[in-house]
Write a protein that binds this ligand. Structure first.
Ligand code: HEM
Length: 155
């Protein structure tokens, strides 16, 4: 069975309540996506300076839109995970070519959760943190898995 489905449904279940929390909190972040993305990259480069050179040739404002756009798509697809899976796997494979290493996913996860906390204020409850942590863990597990397969082909 597909990794994403397994992670979300079995290993760490995303309950209907958690889905609702993620989708509702996302509607609060979407209008401030530009600001949130700025906070996110600032935090990421601070906690893991090894990520900074990866973005050296990248147009950062455009990158901001892509990251937030992808998160929005993922959040909108929580009810249709099978459709999301090949998209996330392909994204994981592309990230190998960007120079992204396995450990970077933890740094990105930490920066993302911190950013949501800043953006959501009082709406960042323990339940929201848990739900978002689960969603990020699932998406990044699929990307990391696809990246490992890709790396073993290159090696
Ligand atoms: C859930 C995790 C992630 C999501 C949703 C995500 C999303 C994206 C998207 C949508 C793009 C645009 C290009 C494409 O689709 O291939 C992109 C590019 C990029 N990502 Fe990620 N990413 C994630 C994790 C990471 C991590 C862990 C790193 C490492 C620090 C990273 C570094 C980059 C870089 C350097 C590019 C730019 C490539 C270029 O345009 O030259 N990403 N990401």
């Amino acid at each position: 069975m597909a990794v994403l489905i397994r992670v979300l449904m079995k290993e760490k279940t995303l309950t209907p309540e958690q889905k609702t929390i993620v989708q509702e909190t996302w509607t609060q972040i979407a209008p401030i996506a530009g600001k949130a993305a700025q906070l996110f990259y600032g935090r990421l480069f601070e906690i893991d300076p090894t990520t900074r050179p990866l973005f050296r040739f990248v147009n950062m404002p455009m990158q901001h839109d892509k990251l937030m756009g992808t998160l929005g798509t993922a959040v909108g697809s929580l009810d249709n995970l099978e459709a999301l899976l090949p998209v996330v796997e392909a994204m994981g494979r592309r990230h190998v070519a960007y120079g992204v290493k396995d450990s970077h996913y933890d740094s990105v996860g930490a920066a993302l959760l911190w950013t949501l906390e800043q953006g959501l204020g009082a709406a960042w409850t323990a339940e929201a943190a848990d739900a978002w942590g689960t969603v990020y863990a699932a998406i990044s597990a699929v990307m990391r898995g696809a990246a490992k397969v890709e790396e073993s082909k290159v090696a």
